[in-house]
Design a protein around this ligand. Structure first.
Ligand code: C5P
Length: 254
């Protein structure tokens, strides 16, 4: 689609500004030894740079805050300086914390006042398509306090009583109906004040930001996610990510 024929992004219609916080301070031990996960290369470019580009691809996004490993903030800054990124987008780098939650909070603390919508996007999801980013922003613009992109599950999910010794059999406790389950991705989108309140209020460990908003008693809505927004967690995911990039290059060539 040409730039002219694209519908104008949500923020241009409403005058709100969108910032993205990218927590990228994890070690990524499940990928095996080596550099912090966000700095691992995919096709020669660090995963984090792919993730930043994926966010900056949305014309609604005017600021990207990268939360870097505390000892790697200078390296991340210079990476952002040397890789081509859109001129319309500003970038900030702040050092991260002990947990993902703390890293996101440090990113939120660094946001200037003039951004009403905040997305939180894992550096570990480098290939999310721009249409997914825009769909999340649009749903926040339409009034949802929190929005998550998600996909139906292919696998049946069992709740178990976790074994104390890994690898030993675990009794099944329940089998939730698969039709009602969704696998949640990022970017997750928020009304900024709601997300800040969630981070001030909720102290339990959580694995995503939307669940903190749920704990405030607010409704979180799901929009369709995308299969290319998968999380790079294990070595096989790196192979899949490079295959997706190869397919994109092939498609772009025709
Ligand atoms: O460990 P997990 O895969 O859930 O991490 C999700 C995201 O949170 C990753 O992008 C990781 O870099 C980030 N993270 C962070 N600070 C931590 C731990 C994880 O920014 N202390």
């Amino acid at each position: 689609m040409s730039d002219e024929s694209r519908p104008s992004p949500p923020q241009e219609r409403a005058g709100t500004r969108t910032a993205v916080v990218i927590p990228a301070a994890g070690r990524g031990v499940r990928l095996g030894p080596g550099a912090p996960k966000a700095l691992r290369a995919l096709n020669g470019t660090p995963m984090l740079i792919h993730a930043v580009r994926a966010m900056a691809a949305s014309r609604s996004v005017s600021l990207v805050v990268v939360v870097a490993p505390p000892e790697g903030a200078a390296e991340v800054k210079s990476l952002l300086d040397v890789h081509a990124l859109p001129e319309r987008t500003d970038f900030l780098v702040v050092p991260g914390g002990e947990s993902r939650q703390e890293s996101v909070r440090l990113g939120l603390d660094a946001l200037p006042p003039d951004h009403d919508i905040v997305l939180v996007h894992d550096a570990a999801r480098p290939l999310v398509p721009v249409d997914t980013v825009d769909a999340v922003i649009e749903a926040v613009r339409d009034g949802a306090p929190a929005v998550v992109p998600a996909l139906p599950l292919a696998d049946t999910v069992k709740e178990v009583e976790p074994a104390e010794v890994p690898g030993t059999p675990e009794p099944v406790v329940a089998t939730p109906s698969r039709a009602r389950l969704r696998a949640v991705q990022t970017p997750q989108g928020f009304d900024r004040a709601t997300l800040v309140r969630a981070h001030e209020t909720v102290t339990e460990d959580v694995t995503d930001d939307a669940s903190m908003v749920e704990r405030l008693g607010l409704t979180v809505v799901v929009v369709p996610g995308h299969e290319e927004a998968f999380k790079v967690t294990r070595p096989l995911d790196l192979v899949l990510a490079e295959a997706v990039l190869a397919r994109r290059r092939l498609n772009d060539g025709f």
